[in-house]
Design a protein around this ligand. Structure first.
Ligand SMILES: NC(=O)C1=CN([C@@H]2O[C@H](COP(=O)(O)OP(=O)(O)OC[C@H]3O[C@@H](n4cnc5c(N)ncnc54)[C@H](O)[C@@H]3O)[C@@H](O)[C@H]2O)C=CC1
Length: 303
């Protein structure tokens, strides 16, 4: 990118949004414009196009979503308006402005029955309300514009907002042990790494109109873990730093019932992203260390 480019990102406090704000501060050719509530409310999709048009972005990153996976079981209609209808309106606005849209989606579009990592062309079959509404979002983005990249990511953690990693560290402050599901597999993924990848992909889209760069891509850190493996790694790193520690009791998902079903395996194969966009993501344990360090050090300093 030569001239400064304006990336409009949706959502104000999201993990990916805050990571993008932090990472783009390192790039002096990118300006981030944040569109969030109250003036940009995804539950009122009719109002979104005006805000987008007046911001005059060069590219949209559609990162805001209804992300409360369990609550979505009781609020599927609201989740559908936010995750599908609003996503479509945002993509239509991108099409009207003739600019690309990068839309964030999820591993929960899959049912988890595959024994190996999912590729982009594998059949989708969500098993939760959240997964159904996010799949509908992918469909409405693709219907609105060919100039899109849909990024399916998974198990997002960061120093920001709410996530599993921060929950474990908080529990470790008050408990000696925590039971964690050991028979669901995926890849913990740092929102900071997602932000770096989104910036690289945005540069590619702005530099070339090639259809090859567009479409659905999988984007996670590399490797595979269960939630219990992830928790053990979090506490191992935290222990080295003098932070909170708890023993991890490894339990089957059947002993931890939740309103929403989750896929037993949702590891995503990211080969296509590396081949087409040149984006290679770090190993999940490496990125977990970066995030745990950032969360634990302020905690340790306050004790
Ligand atoms: N958190 C995770 O583990 C995963 C997230 N994803 C996807 O990645 C994307 C980013 O996720 P995170 O940053 O973790 O989400 P987050 O939950 O941290 O943030 C969601 C953002 O959406 C905004 N938002 C929610 N309802 C809104 C509304 N009605 N109007 C305007 N803004 C609204 C929130 O204010 C917040 O800024 C989402 O599309 C999500 O579906 C995909 C897989 C896993």
């Amino acid at each position: 990118m030569t001239a400064r480019k304006r990336l409009l990102v949706t959502g104000r406090e999201g993990q990916v949004v805050r990571s993008l704000l932090e990472r783009t501060a390192l790039h002096n050719d990118i300006d981030i414009l944040v569109a969030g509530r109250p003036e940009f409310d995804l539950s009122a999709p009719a109002s979104l196009a005006t805000v987008i048009k007046s911001a005059r972005p060069d590219l949209i990153v559609s990162a805001a979503a209804y992300t409360a996976v369990d609550q979505a079981e009781a609020e599927e209609e609201l989740a559908r308006i936010i995750n599908a209808q609003a996503a479509g309106v945002i993509a239509e606005a991108a099409q009207a402005l003739q600019i690309p849209v990068i839309h964030l989606s999820t591993d929960y579009v899959f049912d988890g029955s595959k024994m190996s990592a999912y590729v982009e062309t594998d059949p989708v079959a969500p098993v939760s309300a959240y997964g159904r509404t996010k799949l509908a979002g992918e469909e409405s983005v693709a219907a609105a514009t060919d100039n899109h990249v849909i990024l399916r990511t998974a198990w997002v953690h960061s120093p920001f907002g709410k996530n599993f990693l921060k929950t474990m560290l908080r529990l470790g402050e008050s408990r000696d042990s925590v039971n964690v599901v050991a028979d669901q597999f995926g890849t913990p993924t740092s929102a900071l790494d997602i932000a770096d990848a989104v910036i690289a992909i945005a540069r590619n889209l702005l530099a070339s109109g090639s259809p090859e760069l567009r479409g659905v891509f999988h984007l996670t850190n590399s490797g595979r873990a269960s939630w219990a493996d992830f928790a053990e790694e979090i506490f191992r790193i935290s222990a080295d730093l003098g932070g909170p520690v708890a023993a991890v009791g490894r339990i089957p998902a059947s002993e931890y019932p939740t309103p929403a079903r989750r896929p037993a395996n949702s590891q995503l194969d990211c080969t296509k992203l590396a081949a087409v966009h040149g984006v290679r993501m770090p190993d999940w344990a490496h990125s977990t260390k970066t995030v745990v360090t950032r969360v634990v050090q302020p905690l340790a300093a306050s004790i």
